[in-house]
Design a protein around this ligand. Structure first.
Ligand SMILES: [Zn+2]
Length: 494
């Protein structure tokens, strides 16, 4: 997620940005019947207890856990493997209708299945492996009464409808104050942003980052609106005034990295020098590539020169009527503001595809793993653009870093009610520069490239990361990380 420095800092930096915060194939085939879906093919759930081919979902097997910062969201019992989300958005009534199939592995024996799902939505049918199941929905806690056995795979299907309500944000950020999750605009368009949680406001989910899963979407809405989601647009039709877009994400994602938006969109196709296809989805009435969104291919080129090959098959940006920027996997969600559409934010969100999306924190206490490196890379890019040494850029950030560490806590031990404050961005960014000076450019850039490559489509945490960094660099770094990430005051900088 992008984060703006406060105005005072920006003016001292002399940034030029006036910043606020931070049809594919038109074949007329009928609506996806299930037999033309790209792999991994979910098993249809219309008849009871069909076996699911686990091999399709190997990459989505996760080591689930209870979150240390937000233990009430997500549950380690469920290892989601695949979400099939067939969603219809009705702008006339602001109603969302969902047909969902969740394929999951039980990580233990249990008598019921816990999931996150908002009670603003009404469930009209729910089955496990094709059999009706009783359930209870209390607040955002969905509990399905069905026994499960450790390491067995199940299919949960549910039908639901209603007007989704965003959830209260665990954050004081101005751009969070509309809540997390599903949002509806004055024009009855819809979009989502859900870090650290909030996917549960629009589908039934294990809403904790350690649990990655594959996703397929079928999005229907009255033309001229259309639906955008993560991954690749595999089919797009308009029939009797209804637009249907199908999207397939073929590398597993954590729920906070999922995006869906319904609106009147135009699409522009671009490509990086290395051949990564890039789609920009922007308001049909405006600029096809608003702000600096057309810079996305160059952002990928620049990041590849530092970090190695882009870790996914495609990249995109969907522009929505909000204030934030979010690194939703392969389809970044950017608010329609000058800052969110600026080149530094495009670079920042693209950088997260190496740091955040392909390797994702297992626990929200380690969100510094995402934001510190995305901010450092953004700082490197800004320094290069401004013709200043990276050391000067870090000096410019240092005073502000000391203030936010004092107000919001250490980067890796922050106040849970202050999610996404500047402390998780600037301190860890300064730390990476200190590590660079300590071990030299050669070792530093080697580990920068090697970590996301070694952790492709995985989750990790501080213990594993620190151990890996020590082993790979041959340096003893435990005091260094403790001081920078858990210290109440900024360590001395060289
Ligand atoms: Zn970020």
């Amino acid at each position: 997620m992008s984060r703006t420095a406060p105005r005072a800092l920006l003016s001292t930096l002399g940034l030029t940005l006036a910043l606020a915060l931070a049809g594919c194939g038109n074949d007329d085939e009928p609506r996806n019947s299930g037999d033309s879906r790209p792999s991994p093919t979910p098993t249809e759930s219309t008849s009871a207890a069909q076996p699911v081919d686990d091999d399709d979902y190997t990459e989505a097997r996760s080591e689930t856990r209870e979150d240390s910062v937000y233990p009430d969201v997500g549950d380690p019992l469920v290892d989601a493997l695949h979400y099939q989300l067939d969603l219809s958005w009705d702008p006339a009534s602001d109603e969302l209708s969902g047909e969902q199939t969740l394929t999951f592995r039980a990580t233990d024996d249990a008598t019921s299945i816990p999931l996150d799902f908002s009670d603003a939505l009404e469930i009209s049918a729910l089955t496990i492996d094709g059999k009706d199941a009783e359930f209870d929905l209390d607040g955002k806690d969905l509990r399905v009464d069905a026994p499960v056995v450790r390491d067995q795979t199940y299919e949960l299907a549910l039908s639901y409808a209603g007007t989704p309500e965003p959830a209260p944000p665990p954050s004081e950020r101005p751009d969070f104050q509309g809540g997390v999750g599903w949002q509806v605009t004055d024009e009855h368009e819809a979009w989502t942003m859900q870090e650290p949680y909030g996917a549960f406001t629009w589908y039934a989910v294990n809403d904790q980052p350690a649990d990655k899963a594959f996703y397929d979407f079928t999005l229907t809405t009255p033309d001229p609106m259309s639906g955008v989601a993560n991954g690749v647009l595999t089919d797009s039709t308009t029939d009797n005034g209804t637009s249907t877009n199908t999207w397939h994400l073929d590398e597993p994602a954590s729920s906070y990295l999922v995006t869906v938006a319904f609106g009147e969109y135009q699409r522009t196709d671009l490509k990086s020098k290395s051949g990564v296809p890039v789609q920009i989805w922007a308001d049909a009435d405006g600029d096809a590539t608003p702000g600096d969104t057309a810079y996305a291919p160059q952002a990928i080129d620049w990041l590849e020169s530092v970090l190695g090959p882009y870790p996914f098959d495609s990249f995109g940006i969907v522009v929505i009527d909000g204030d934030s920027g979010m690194e939703t996997q392969t389809m970044v969600t950017l608010g329609n503001t000058p800052y969110s559409l600026s080149a530094p934010v495009v670079v920042h969100e693209a950088a997260h595809h190496w740091y955040g999306d392909t390797v994702t924190p297992s626990d929200w206490s380690d969100v510094w793993m995402n934001e510190g490196m995305a901010m450092y890379l953004q700082g490197m890019w800004e320094a290069e653009q401004q013709g200043m040494p990276i050391e000067q850029k870090m000096d410019d950030w240092a005073d502000y870093e000391a203030q936010v560490r004092a107000s919001a806590g250490p980067p890796a031990d922050y106040d849970p009610d202050k999610f996404g404050d500047s402390n998780i961005y600037y301190g860890p960014a300064l730390m990476w520069q200190e590590l660079r000076e300590k071990i030299g450019d050669k070792k530093f850039f080697k580990v920068l490239r090697a970590w996301p490559a070694a952790q492709e489509n995985e989750n990790s945490d501080r213990e594993e990361y620190w151990a890996w960094l020590e082993k790979t660099t041959g340096e003893e770094l435990s005091d260094f990380f403790d001081d920078w990430l858990l210290g109440k005051t900024t360590p001395d900088r060289d």
